[in-house]
Design a binder for this molecule. Structure first.
Ligand SMILES: NC(=[NH2+])NCCC[C@H](N)C(=O)O
Length: 581
């Protein structure tokens, strides 16, 4: 509805341009908002006020002109001027009902799909030297929910798990692997089942033995120069590390597969060329033996230029170098229209620098949009980055295990007589859903406090609340037999029916916001409001005990569309639903 009004206003503006009322090159961002007070209609725009200056007319006069020029539409029942020059639109309820009816019969909820784009989404991207820890949760699940929404809207999404699988740490790990293997093959396999310990033990050896450290450095050089033995060891290590990641993805219900892994090592062969190309354009400078690029726009507080380091004095390449190669690949091979990076906000400067350099060096097409969609830190209840009691990093698997245990207690307390298998399945969905929803529902860019109690509460904007709301809606259908809604029609009469209908009709506009800005929390807030609108409707409007069959069936259809929207919405957040809990 909102985009419909927007398009009517765009057409009006176009005709103003043709008539010379506003200059032909005038660019306006037409804003249409939902009104808070329904006596002011359903939607409003401040377009008249925006045009006053360029049109040289007063806003009320312009508002009248807009109304006179507005193309006719069946959705608009009435248009009014309010206050200094706002234009209020009253939506035609029967047109709204038709839209909802249409949504019910369409796999895409009647949402007008955008022109499909090729969108590369770089997310999760853990470093393989260690096990996934809580720091990887946000990138993984925020990225995955945006991916799901993009695909639902018809875009061609290319997932890229840009894992850190290259660099000096691997020398140390391979040297340790080699050492263990020489002693006892079985042992190495066993120790690799806990990467965290493996890394710690390797580091210990590296620090205590000069001989070991030398071997480690030698292995890195051999690895990078393509030595077969080294590469085999390296592949074995990565394979194990990746299988840890994919265990976590499977538990989280994240859609990344092995085929989406395209890590730093994939660009190894391109790095030399990156250096050559930067050099040929005169962009490289030497700084303490390293090859770096200085860009005017990037300076520290003291005003000194900040470099992007491309190649170290010892010949080694850096994080930025592979990112430059990756951008070139995404532009010229993958032909992305947009590239979205779901990476910690603490890397904001890195991305500003490499994006700007990639453009400067013409590594990427002018029309490819590079977007760092950063996120804040997940903190413990003390407000500091989330750690174990002893101050160590929290492994993601351990966190999920605990969520599961707590969810099981919760579900058991509500259903003392339920059998174990059902309890376990419900607890799994609630536990994982709670962890994901707690994260997704927060504004991406802020830090947030991770609290099991809060995320497992049935009150407020939480997964348990929404999952329960869903079971209540579908519960209605369990109480009807011989349901035949094929001839039923949605009719919006009661105030609460209209409110619910209005909420339902916003689904498409919400999804567009999720994908444009990479903000799943907008969808969470919407689902929470939708569940609330359904509750108010259900309290005020008897469904099964409606006045007559037509009314009952109309209300059943509203319930059906609510259930479908809640389920689809949760599904786009990567959260499963339950029929009962
Ligand atoms: N193209 C990228 N730089 N993606 C993000 C990589 C994140 C990096 N591996 C880390 O754990 O911090």
């Amino acid at each position: 509805m909102k985009s419909h009004i927007q398009s009517l206003l765009e057409q009006t503006l176009e005709s103003f341009k043709q008539q010379g009322i506003v200059p032909a090159d005038f660019e306006a961002r037409i804003q249409v908002d939902r009104t808070k007070d329904k006596s002011h209609g359903d939607l409003a725009t401040n377009l008249a006020m925006m045009l006053t200056k360029v049109a040289g007319k007063n806003p009320r006069e312009l508002a009248q002109l807009i109304i006179d020029t507005l193309p006719a539409s069946t959705f608009v029942a009435k248009v009014e001027i309010a206050g200094p020059g706002f234009i209020n639109f009253f939506i035609n309820d029967s047109a709204l009902a038709d839209q909802l009816q249409n949504a019910l019969n369409d796999e895409h909820f009647g949402i007008k799909l955008p022109t499909p784009q090729t969108i590369v989404v770089d997310y999760s991207s853990p470093n393989l030297a260690k096990e996934m820890h809580v720091g990887h949760l946000r990138s993984t699940i925020i990225g995955d929910s945006v991916v799901r929404a993009l695909e639902f809207l018809g875009h061609n999404v290319i997932r890229q798990n840009h894992v850190g699988d290259w660099g000096t740490q691997f020398g140390m790990l391979l040297a340790y692997m080699e050492e263990l293997r020489a002693k006892n093959g079985e042992q190495a396999q066993l120790e690799l089942s806990d990467l965290e310990n493996f890394y710690r033990a390797a580091k210990l050896r590296f620090d205590e033995s000069a001989e070991f450290a030398t071997r480690a450095r030698q292995l890195v050089v051999e690895l990078q120069s393509g030595d077969a033995y080294c590469n085999k060891l390296w592949r074995e290590f990565n394979d194990i590390s990746l299988s840890h990641c994919h265990d976590v993805y499977a538990r989280l219900g994240v859609s990344l597969t092995r085929a989406d892994v395209h890590g730093e090592s994939a660009y190894n062969a391109d790095l030399e060329q990156v250096v050559k190309d930067l050099d040929a354009q005169g962009l490289l400078t030497e700084s303490n033996g390293a090859k770096v690029v200085f860009q005017e726009a990037f300076r520290n507080k003291e005003g000194e230029p900040l470099p992007v380091i491309i190649q170290k004095a010892d010949g080694g390449y850096l994080y930025a170098t592979s990112d430059l190669a990756a951008m070139r690949y995404r532009s010229s091979v993958l032909k992305a229209d947009r590239v979205l990076y779901f990476v910690d906000l603490r890397q904001a400067l890195h991305f500003q620098q490499v994006f700007s350099l990639a453009k400067l060096a013409k590594f990427v097409r002018e029309d490819m949009s590079l977007e760092h969609l950063g996120f804040g830190t997940m903190n413990g209840e003390d407000g500091r980055p989330f750690k174990t009691r002893s101050g160590g990093v929290v492994k993601l698997v351990d966190l999920l295990d605990e969520a599961n245990v707590r969810a099981l207690e919760l579900v058991r307390s509500k259903n003392p007589d339920m059998d174990e298998a059902t309890l376990a399945e419900i607890a799994r969905v609630v536990g994982i859903g709670a962890v994901k929803y707690a994260d997704l529902s927060k504004n991406r860019t802020s830090d947030y406090i991770f609290s099991f109690e809060q995320m497992l509460s049935f009150e407020g904007n939480t997964a348990p609340y929404l999952l329960y709301a869903y079971t209540r809606v579908v519960g209605i259908f369990k109480r009807v037999t011989d349901l035949d809604l094929s001839q039923a029609k949605i009719v919006l009469e009661h105030e609460k029916e209209k409110d619910l209908g209005n909420k339902l009709a916003q689904f498409g506009e919400i999804l567009n916001r999720v994908v444009d800005k990479g903000q799943p929390h907008v969808l969470c807030a919407y689902l929470y409001e939708l569940a609330g609108a359904f509750s108010s409707f259900y309290e005020a409007c008897p469904v099964l005990a409606a006045d007559n069959d037509a009314q009952k069936n109309s209300r059943l259809l509203l319930a059906q569309l609510t259930a479908r929207t809640l389920q689809k919405g949760l599904n786009l957040l990567g959260i499963e639903t339950l029929e009962r809990m």
